[in-house]
Design a protein around this ligand. Structure first.
Ligand SMILES: [Zn+2]
Ligand SMILES: [Zn+2]
Ligand SMILES: [Zn+2]
Ligand SMILES: [Zn+2]
Length: 388
């Protein structure tokens, strides 16, 4: 069992019903409930007194200083004399489900309740799993992709509010935070430049120069390095094998691909379960069907934060000889989901005409929820017939 969400998430009548399954949800919850301004205030006060808070003296990069001072000035100006307003804005603009400030798109129900994109998609996916109409956790009105629209004013307002850098814990306007965390933060996690010859060191940026000067890797002998490089080559080789096998499959004599659309159905068990099936389709002159299931038909997938899909390929037409195939499901042109390619093999005969359920290698549960939240799942199937 994966870490369960709080039971009843999605049917939550109170804000924060999804909070239990999000990292840091608890903290945000407390913060939004009124306790958080203490940390924020401390952060802002620290920003105005350069010596205070978290060893600022270590961070001496000139570019960082210019940009950070500008950001601080903006944050300080925004907060000057209006700390209260800023705090009030946090509670006005936060997602009514997780009570966090939305990081990207903000959706609203027909009554104007705000939901961050993650929570919105999660609610739609949960409703699909429970075979219910998705509703706004605040007012219970129906929500769907067509009923809810984005709220650009809120998105822009949120991007102006200060937010905390996850590495150095200092405050920046949200719009500057990404760049700060990626390029400017002296505490951001970096890797040694000798990583390519096997140095495993990673640590805060401000320690990087000291480490690199003392790093033992450049002084290793050729034969020591050979050993390290061998290990690295092996993992690289595995990756290359996958791509090479895809390329060699592409030069097979008989290959076919098609767009497949998985549609949701319910089993007629006592407790119905969601599964997906495509209409019949023809590839390589044979008729096929694909089926998919959520969390390998776990009893209550809506109670788990982990979301996976597995699928099965079924041959529906009769064959005169065994049909050996490689197959591969990838993102199609109509759905945006990140799948890492995996090639599966199977020999289809009239007696054994369906594969086992194999994982659909979606990169994570968030991506999987995106698929579940949609009406249908659109992917592209490649089939390669192996002729001996
Ligand atoms: Zn949310
Ligand atoms: Zn509502
Ligand atoms: Zn930082
Ligand atoms: Zn190193």
């Amino acid at each position: 069992m994966e870490a369960p969400c709080r039971p009843g998430s999605g049917s939550g009548r109170e804000p924060g019903s999804l909070g239990g399954c999000r990292a840091g949800g608890g903290r945000r919850w407390r913060e939004a409930a009124g306790a958080w301004p203490r940390t924020r205030r401390r952060g802002l006060a620290g920003a105005r007194q350069p010596a205070a808070g978290g060893g600022r003296d270590r961070r001496a990069g000139p570019t960082w200083f210019a940009a950070a001072e500008a950001a601080e000035a903006a944050a300080a100006a925004a907060a000057a004399g209006s700390g209260k307003l800023e705090e009030r804005l946090y509670s006005v603009l936060c997602c009514t489900v997780c009570l966090d400030l939305p990081k990207a798109s903000v959706y609203q129900c027909t009554n104007g309740h705000l939901m961050c994109a993650g929570c919105f998609i999660h609610l739609l996916a949960d409703a699909r799993l429970k075979e219910e109409q998705a509703t706004c956790p605040n007012c219970r009105c129906e929500i769907s992709k067509s009923l809810c629209c984005r709220n650009l004013a809120v998105e822009k307002a949120v991007s102006e509010l200060p937010s905390e850098c996850g590495f150095c814990l200092r405050q920046f306007p949200r719009s500057l935070l990404e760049r700060h965390q990626k390029e400017e933060c002296q505490d951001r996690v970096t890797q040694c430049k000798y990583k390519r010859i096997g140095c495993p060191w990673h640590g805060p940026f401000h320690e990087l120069t000291v480490h690199e000067a003392a790093c033992a890797h450049p002084t290793k002998t050729g034969s020591e390095l050979m050993e390290i490089l061998d290990g690295m080559d092996q993992s690289h080789r595995k990756e290359m094998q996958l791509y090479n096998s895809i390329f060699s499959l592409l030069s097979f004599e008989k290959i076919g691909y098609t767009e497949v659309q998985f549609r949701p159905y319910r089993t007629d068990d006592f407790i119905t379960r969601l599964y997906y099936e495509t209409p019949r389709f023809t590839v390589l002159n044979q008729t096929w069907v694909l089926k998919a299931r959520v969390n390998d038909s776990e009893r209550n997938p809506n109670l788990s934060c982990k979301r996976t899909l597995s699928f099965q390929l079924l041959l529906k037409s009769k064959v005169t000889a065994p049909l050996e195939c490689s197959f591969l499901l990838l993102k199609g042109p109509y759905d945006d989901v990140r799948i890492s390619p995996v090639i599966y093999h199977f020999v289809f005969t009239n007696e054994s005409n369906e594969t086992d359920y194999v994982p659909l290698p979606i990169i994570d549960s968030v991506e999987c929820n995106k698929l579940l939240a949609a009406k249908n799942i659109n992917l592209r199937l490649f089939l390669f017939q192996i002729q001996k």
